[in-house]
Ligand binder design. Structure first.
Ligand SMILES: Cc1cc2nc3c(=O)[nH]c(=O)nc-3n(C[C@H](O)[C@H](O)[C@H](O)COP(=O)(O)O)c2cc1C
Length: 153
């Protein structure tokens, strides 16, 4: 399957995890990686599956690298019907009231424009003993398997 991993990050955790997911999937799939700040909302492609990795910053805000993308989405209002994505959120329960709000905002932004979420959003907690990379690989494998029947080849 052709896969694009898009990451929204402030201090690099989502980028590092995205690189790990790319390495994990690459043997069986063709996987591109892009910072959301470099991704044009007009370039979504129905023939690809999108894996979005997004952290939360400030007071439940999108991280810096996702903000230009969100603004470009609001401006361009692309029709994302037929686009499938899965989303992995990175946050910290130290920020209990806004835990993983950034990934929720990103999910809402994509679905509001017609994209379909595959599986449930997973939310990593940096205060927990779980390492994000320990959760992400099985999660990614399961989402890619689900997407196989959905994404146009
Ligand atoms: C200043 C600051 C604000 C943060 N705000 C939130 C927040 O509101 N909600 C949350 O779940 N995590 C919050 N976090 C935790 C980050 O999302 C978490 O550390 C994540 O792994 C960072 O990923 P990144 O390096 O890709 O941006 C915050 C972290 C910092 C340093």
């Amino acid at each position: 399957m052709d896969i694009t991993i898009l990451y929204g990050t402030e201090t690099g955790n989502a980028e590092m995890l995205s690189e790990d997911i790319q390495s994990h999937l690459e043997g069986d799939h063709s996987v591109e990686l892009s910072n959301l700040s470099d991704f044009d909302p007009g370039s979504f492609d129905k023939n690809r599956f999108y894996i979005v990795v997004c952290s939360t910053y400030g007071d439940g805000e999108l991280p810096a690298s996702a903000q230009p993308f969100a603004e470009a989405m609001e401006a361009a209002k692309p029709d994302l019907a037929g686009i499938h994505f899965a989303i992995f959120g990175m946050g910290d329960m130290e920020y209990e009231e806004t835990f993983n709000n950034g990934s929720k905002r990103m999910e809402d932004l994509l679905t509001a424009h017609g994209a379909k979420k595959v599986g449930e959003r997973i939310t990593h907690d940096a205060s927990s003993s779980d390492l994000a990379e320990d959760l992400a690989m099985d999660w990614a494998d399961a989402r890619v398997a689900e997407a196989a029947g959905l994404v146009e080849a």
